[in-house]
Design a protein around this ligand. Sequence first.
Ligand code: FE2
Length: 377
Amino acid sequence: MNTTTLTDKLKTTQTDFLPLQGTDYVEFYVGNAKQAAHYYMSAFGFQALAYAGPETGLRDRASYAVRQNKLTLVLTTPIRANNEMADHIYKHGDGVKVLALRVDDATSAWEETTKRGARSYMKPERKKDNDGEVVVSGIHTYGDTVHVFIERKNYSGAFLPGYRPWNNPYYKPAETGLLYVDHCVGNVGWNQMNPWVKFYEDVMGFRNILSFDDNDISTEYSALMSKVMSNGNGFVKFPINEPAEGKKKSQVEEYLDFYDGEGCQHVAMATNDIVRTVTELRNRGVEFLKVPTSYYDDLLDRVGHIDEDLGPLRELGILVDRDEEGYLLQLFTKPVEDRPTLFFEIIQRKGAKSFGKGNFKALFEAIEKEQEARGNL
Ligand code: FE2
């Protein structure tokens, strides 16, 4: 029996040429950043943090940063046509542009990755204001998505130089218990999973810690393949999906069609109390996928003892899975745009380091129902 756990895999030491401290922020290009920021505040419980736009000297965009615990989202919109942001939205709709990673040294991060073949998005740049200095650099990844490296050890401001603190004294929505980014999944094209796995291995020093083939992730109708990439300390995890042949259309293919290319499929946000978090989100209008209630009939036979009562899990549609190290609870929103593209996962880990393989089938059947309703199966 193979008893190597994911924790063991992460312990294998090797020199890390790209040490990462975690996700710094996730930036979305959206059609209307003012309204999108309000959605993440009112529905997800983020708090206003910082703003940049014409009033702070930016002539082409407005950006709103919102935060909840260690999760920071940035909503950016162009305020004129004919620029990279407007083109991104025309092609992709609202979506993730930047997966920003916190580093000790953004210059070294750029040098180490570009010399291994990464395409530069932004050369190392020093940005200063009265609160200190930040160094930023960036590289391209799949599709039009980029990684920006943020070195902020000499900075004490609200978010980044160029932003001003932003808050509305009359509107402070209660938080919902979201804590940090657990992982971000990329959807790539046919036969592109392995090249992107190699990119994360060679260019960023990540390791492939889990693989799922189309036998693991298929229903009667549709299939996909996935490999989970992790950086050395396990703080940053990027599963990469590609579509697989099935009788009907893969959900990854539907994404690629409507996003018009490769991009971020979902961002998983961690909580310590998924029942409370999902109850809050649902009460504020966030829509979740629903598995058939028969999922719960043999749940405890499959996963063994869990601390939570089954009633609320069934009522909220929360999924449970177990690996060698513990269990996890998870639930997926429906897409948060009208295009069937980006969605969110809410995840609570109780020891488990894996991604819910035992839930794939039930989950994909739920997604197929949604695809069918959209006429895209
Ligand atoms: Fe996930």
